[in-house]
Write a protein that binds this ligand. Structure first.
Ligand SMILES: Cc1cc2nc3c(=O)[nH]c(=O)nc-3n(C[C@H](O)[C@H](O)[C@H](O)COP(=O)(O)OP(=O)(O)OC[C@H]3O[C@@H](n4cnc5c(N)ncnc54)[C@H](O)[C@@H]3O)c2cc1C
Length: 410
């Protein structure tokens, strides 16, 4: 690092820390703070106002071109911002999915009008998005989608069903992969659209997860009409557009086909796990067994340190991937490494927490004796979903084996 860079880095970190102190909700991060119920209207409103604050402060859209509402600031600043947000466990933005995957997809495939219409409202928190990819028989095998779109003049008529749709409840817009040519070969028969969730013929309902919540739901299309202008990319190229979306979300907001986007180029998901290690260490320090803190127990400490090391390795991988994406030298397949490392680490962290808190792992949110208000147990249960969403760990391992290591197809 040349002279001056370290000072600049630390100055920016201080700026962000000061900003967080001044802008986070009152009592945030203290036991007195009462968080809104997850996925409630109140949580959604908090997320929207938080996203707006970040946007107004110039902390959103680091390498999105200014004409689409971005700020074109350097990647190292984005990296520091994400680290600090992660450390404070800031409110989840309702735009997280929009910033994670939609901007990258639009930057790679959308028309000028589509980019100008949609990207600024994702960055500012005005519009929330969800992802209509999976169906009952098209999860890992996404190419098997059965939802159809049939052209009728300037519109497409959509019929079918999507499931496991995260953030389904409050999304204003959704991504949508449909089958448009039943006679075309696999992967060339799909077309990608976006649709407004107030469109007649669209309905949605919750699905309950093992966390007890309905973070995801189902979406139904009954002769829903989507304007032709809402097609993203070309007819029959939906598979390739969908691969950009998946690369963007797996890398934590970096699409290889889209070097310039909101959270791109740093592996935001990986950074998110940093806060997890901090809280693991805190928990070990405050948990006593036989009169001794678990942080003073060498076997626990070694295992936590191992998790912290893996975390750092992922962080550096995320940085490297981010640089490659900005330079346009990443293929997109590397995102599977980023995704699997964060998801599997999150699971290991969750399991470690259970060992630390022992019998208290049976107490969930709502029980006054639950550790950290039940958050730790919630995180452990939710970590299982992380190894399934955005493509399962097995599917990502297949991608790593075949497309990065060059191993023969299983
Ligand atoms: C929390 C959460 C959020 C989600 N959010 C969304 C969302 O917003 N939008 C959306 O469209 N989808 C979403 N999904 C769906 C997710 O993408 C699918 O669940 C996932 O792709 C797996 O598909 P499936 O559930 O149909 O399982 P299946 O594909 O039926 O897989 C079952 C098992 O078989 C294994 N398997 C399948 N094929 C292979 C293979 N070729 N090689 C090795 N093993 C294989 C899988 O790894 C898995 O263990 C979400 C899922 C979760 C858990």
């Amino acid at each position: 690092m040349v002279t001056g860079e370290a000072e600049q880095t630390e100055a920016f970190r201080k700026e962000v820390r000061d900003w967080l102190i001044a802008n986070l909700p009152e009592k945030w991060g203290t036991p007195e703070y009462v968080a809104p119920e997850r996925f409630s209207q109140e949580a959604q409103d908090l997320g929207i106002s938080w996203t707006k604050r970040l946007y107004e402060a110039g902390y959103t859209g680091f390498n999105v071109p200014k004409e689409y509402g971005g700020i074109e600031r350097p990647g190292w600043q984005q990296a520091i911002l994400l680290e600090e947000l992660s450390r404070r466990g800031t409110p989840p933005g309702p735009q997280s999915l929009g910033q994670l995957m939609v901007i990258g997809t639009l930057m790679g495939w959308a028309s000028e009008e589509q980019k100008k219409r949609f990207i600024p409202k994702i960055l500012s928190g005005e519009e929330s998005w969800c992802e209509g990819f999976s169906e009952p028989n098209a999860g890992s095998d996404l190419a098997n989608v059965q939802t159809t779109a049939v052209r009728d003049g300037d519109e497409w008529v959509v019929n079918g069903q999507k499931c496991w749709t995260s953030m389904w409840k409050f999304a204003d817009w959704s991504l949508l992969v449909t089958k448009t040519d039943p006679n075309a070969p696999r992967h060339r028969n799909l077309t990608y659209f976006i649709f407004d969730t107030t469109t007649p013929g669209f309905s949605r309902r919750p699905l309950q997860q093992m966390t007890g919540e309905s973070e995801f739901g189902e979406m139904f299309f009954d002769d829903m009409r989507v304007p032709h202008e809402n097609m993203i990319g070309e007819e029959g190229r939906g598979w390739y557009v969908a691969m950009t979306t998946l690369a963007a979300e797996r890398s934590g907001g970096g699409g290889a086909a889209a070097a310039a986007m909101g959270l791109s180029g740093y592996g935001g998901l990986i950074v998110r796990t940093l806060g997890g290690v901090d809280s693991l260490i805190e928990l070990a320090k405050k948990t006593k067994r036989y009169g001794k803190s678990l942080w003073d127990d060498v076997t626990f400490r070694q295992r936590i340190v191992q998790i912290a090391i893996e975390n750092q390795a992922s962080r550096y991988y995320g940085t490297r991937l981010g640089i490659a994406m900005r330079k346009g030298t990443a293929s997109g397949n590397e995102a599977s490494i980023a995704k699997n490392s964060q998801a599997e680490q999150r699971k290991r962290q969750g399991d470690m927490v259970m060992e630390i808190i022992g019998a208290y792992s049976q107490l969930m949110r709502g029980d006054p004796r639950a550790i950290d208000g039940g958050e730790q147990v919630y995180n452990m249960i939710r970590s299982r979903g992380a190894t399934i969403e955005m493509g399962t760990s097995e599917i990502n391992r297949n991608i790593i084996a075949e497309r990065i290591l060059g191993l023969p197809r299983a």
